[in-house]
Design a protein around this ligand. Structure first.
Ligand code: ZN
Length: 190
């Protein structure tokens, strides 16, 4: 199992609801955690904060989120099944986002400051999460994946919103005209 990347069409599909949590659901979650940590080992400057099931080719509404996004040594993830955005609030804030499925590219993406999410835990318990700031951003990014939406879609035509990591792990701008605009890997349908 490998993390799939743009322009794989599976990243553009809408995932189906899990409804009943089974052994298969638990296996998918285990795979997601394993692959997130594996990816992180190969990317020393980056944290694998979260993942959505379609990134491994499972078109199911499952996401995992790192329990402590500040601490790389904490390898625990929270799995959310059938997550739904109930409401977003607050002003739009721009911040950097990256994605395991969009290699080497970062973007300055506008998102609402707060989000209320409803989901099920892996044991079936229903939860509601009031998320702010980076957690809200992460959850909205992952739930987008379940709709076939990527962070790059939110900044498509914004010339100054595109970045990469240099070899020292610093975030630096990339040229929109040469690297983004006609990049068929990013936007194959254009
Ligand atoms: Zn992503």
């Amino acid at each position: 199992m490998e993390i799939i990347t743009t322009p794989d069409p599976r990243l553009r599909e809408k995932s189906t609801k899990v409804n009943k949590i089974t052994d298969e659901t638990r296996k998918i979650v285990d795979d997601m955690v394993k692959n997130s940590l594996e990816w992180e080992k190969q990317h020393p400057y980056e944290l694998s904060a979260a993942m959505a099931a379609p990134q491994l080719g499972y078109l199911k509404r499952i996401i995992i989120v790192r329990e402590d996004m500040e601490d790389k040594k904490n390898n625990s993830f929270l799995a959310l099944i059938d997550p739904e955005v109930i409401k977003t609030e607050g002003k739009m804030i721009k911040d950097y986002e990256g994605c395991l499925s969009v290699p080497n590219i970062y973007g300055l993406v506008p998102r609402p400051a707060k989000a209320r999410i409803k989901a099920k835990l892996i044991d079936g318990t229903e939860v509601r999460i009031k998320a702010e700031d980076s957690l809200a951003r992460t959850l909205l990014h992952e739930i987008d994946h379940l709709e076939g939406v990527l962070f790059i879609d939110h900044i498509k035509d914004q010339k100054d919103a595109w970045f990469e990591l240099d070899d020292k792990g610093e975030i630096v701008p990339i040229d929109y005209e040469t690297r983004v605009k006609n990049n068929k890997e990013l936007f194959p349908d254009d």
